[in-house]
Design a binder for this molecule. Structure first.
Ligand SMILES: [Zn+2]
Length: 174
């Protein structure tokens, strides 16, 4: 909150929630969510749920995750073609099994690049984190119209921002 960690660890881990941690968390939310003791955590969860839903971020992520339809078992064949190496997977397969990958190995270079690129983009979207920021709207503050959630029980409006975070890996082909 306001740049300080109030729950969980920096590496993303968190202790099991016990009564002390739960109480401290409620206390920390006091200046942001104007409800009675014991209700603020639930209200925060409602805010998160609604913001995730309203932002459409899960739909967009799913769309990107679906870019790949061959998975690593398929993309690896295209990868060997791009790098002009003998396919290490097909090397150990019988003639019958090889037939399954004939179409992948007969793809053009552009098509092979597309397969590997889509696989990497989809894999990136399958391993990402969210960052959601909330800011309670002050009186007279116009804020944004679409990125806000209204908390019925406290009659507060919160502006929010949702971002996805990744560690990027860059692959180079020669
Ligand atoms: Zn192969």
């Amino acid at each position: 909150m306001n740049g300080s960690l109030i729950f969980g660890g920096l590496g993303g881990g968190a202790q099991n929630t016990n009564i002390c941690i739960a109480k401290a968390f409620e206390e920390a939310l006091k200046s942001v969510i104007q409800s009675d003791d014991g209700l603020r955590t639930d209200n925060l969860l409602s805010l998160v749920t609604e913001a995730v839903q309203k932002s459409g971020v899960l739909d967009r992520l799913l769309k990107v995750q679906k870019l790949d339809n061959v998975d690593i078992e398929g993309a690896i064949h295209a990868y060997y073609d791009i790098t002009h190496q003998q396919c290490m997977i097909c090397r150990h397969l019988s003639a019958e099994e090889l037939k399954r990958y004939t179409s992948l190995h007969s793809a053009s270079l552009d098509e092979s690049l597309r397969i590997v690129r889509d696989y990497l983009i989809a894999a990136t979207a399958k391993d990402c984190s969210f960052m959601i920021c909330f800011r309670p709207r002050k009186e007279g503050d116009s804020g944004s119209v679409c990125s806000n959630v209204y908390l019925q029980s406290t009659k507060q409006t919160f502006d929010f921002k949702v971002a996805t975070l990744n560690i990027f890996i860059i692959y180079l082909f020669r």
